[in-house]
Design a binder for this molecule. Structure first.
Ligand code: KG4
Ligand code: ZN
Length: 353
């Protein structure tokens, strides 16, 4: 059962994000917009292991979450009595990490007699762009590209999503990170590989563009990563994995990923009849991807929109804001309940996790 919620003019939502390796908190209100946002990245904690260690992630969220919530209140200059609800990421993500955010959110909501709103992490990524002043109207096609997901989604309205296509194996960010490792770059390698690619020649190596010639909107990156591995081996055997070769390989890899993403995104937008594309997720920070999509969309009379870089990667602002949208549209669930789901289909957004 849903309650009608407080008056729409006075909604303020605390958002909590702990689905992976960022502890993040924000406060969004109807009157002041985004009042605060705080992020603590665990990247240094996981770096020695070359990837996110779930148990370490959960433990660190426990340590950092309450101090970050206090910092968010201090930055916003509001009191807990000003809040209308607590929103939290309920999935998809690492189950232990999600449970930390969910239990803290529901505990606080109980103590403060507020509703708790479970949020789908990918929906929050899709809505992040609406925090920008120059935000797109619905409908739009979203290219969601992160370390865990690569999807093309038709976003018809808030809460109304169809998945058009997705990766059949590795996510684009994962392919960046794995290829970076093959090139000897430190974790997390995506941004490092992108920086190295700037110095290379993208035509120096011929790499595949998997799925690009196939119909539909699905993608695949594991074959590309294997192709990089074979080129690295061949160069090592020839005694020449030097700085030049590494930069050229990085550049050729990036160009292949960008070709695939841009090709499929343009096809999806054209077939769905959308002249707006929104790019969300960590790989949305990639300069080459931004440049290529912007050029292609401009040439076809459309436009591409991005959240600011800090809201491409995991953050609490997108969770607070999506909670605020949900509260405004549907009111709040009656009883705060801990929901946490490692897997959760974006198209099942209306049913609680
Ligand atoms: O959305 P995100 O912060 O985390 C989740 O996966 O949910 O995305 C992180 C991913 C990583 O794989 C990282 O290597 C990649 O985004 N990434 C980039 C760039 N910046 C971050 N990949 C390519 N170019 C970049 N500039
Ligand atoms: Zn994410």
């Amino acid at each position: 059962m849903q309650s009608s919620g407080p008056h729409p003019g006075s909604l303020a939502v605390l958002g909590i994000e702990t689905s992976c390796d960022e502890t993040a908190v924000a406060i969004y209100s109807s009157r002041g917009g985004l009042l605060s946002h705080q992020v603590f990245s665990q990247v240094g904690l996981h770096a020695p292991y070359g990837g996110v260690v779930p148990e370490l992630a959960s433990r660190d969220h426990i340590k950092k979450l309450l101090p970050l919530i206090e910092a968010a209140f201090a930055e916003a200059g509001v009191a807990r009595t000003d809040l209308s609800a607590v929103a939290y990421t309920a999935g998809p993500g690492l189950i232990g990490a999600l449970l930390v955010g969910a239990t803290v959110a529901v505990g606080l909501a109980e103590a403060w007699r507020l509703p708790a709103i479970p949020i789908h992490h990918l929906e929050a990524h899709l809505m992040a762009v609406l925090l920008e002043e120059d935000a797109p109207d619905f409908p739009f096609v979203a290219l969601l590209v992160s370390g865990g997901h690569t999807m093309l989604i038709d976003v018809r309205a808030f809460g109304d999503y169809s998945i058009l296509g997705q990766t059949l194996d590795d996510a684009a960010g994962e392919a960046f990170d794995k290829s970076a490792k093959l090139l000897g770059l430190p974790y997390p390698g995506g941004p490092e590989l992108a920086a190295l690619a700037e110095q290379g020649d993208p035509t120096a190596f011929a790499l595949p563009r998997p799925m690009l010639k196939k119909p539909g909107y699905d993608l695949s990156f594991s074959g590309l990563k294997t192709a990089v591995m074979l080129k690295v081996r061949a160069a090592e055997e020839a005694g020449g994995l030097d700085a030049r070769v590494r930069a050229d390989l990085a550049s050729a890899f990036q160009e292949a990923v960008v070709d695939s993403l841009v090709g499929k995104a343009m096809r999806a937008a054209r077939d769905a009849g959308r002249d707006r594309i929104v790019v969300a997720g960590g790989v949305g920070a990639n300069r080459r991807l931004r440049e290529r999509l912007r050029d292609e969309m401009t040439a076809s009379g459309g436009r591409v929109y991005y959240p600011r870089i800090e809201f491409c990667t995991d953050n609490g602002a997108m969770v607070a804001y999506t909670g605020w949208l949900r509260l405004r549209a549907h009111g709040a669930p009656e009883t705060p309940t801990v929901h946490a789901r490692a897997r959760w289909n974006l198209e099942d957004i209306s049913c609680p996790p």
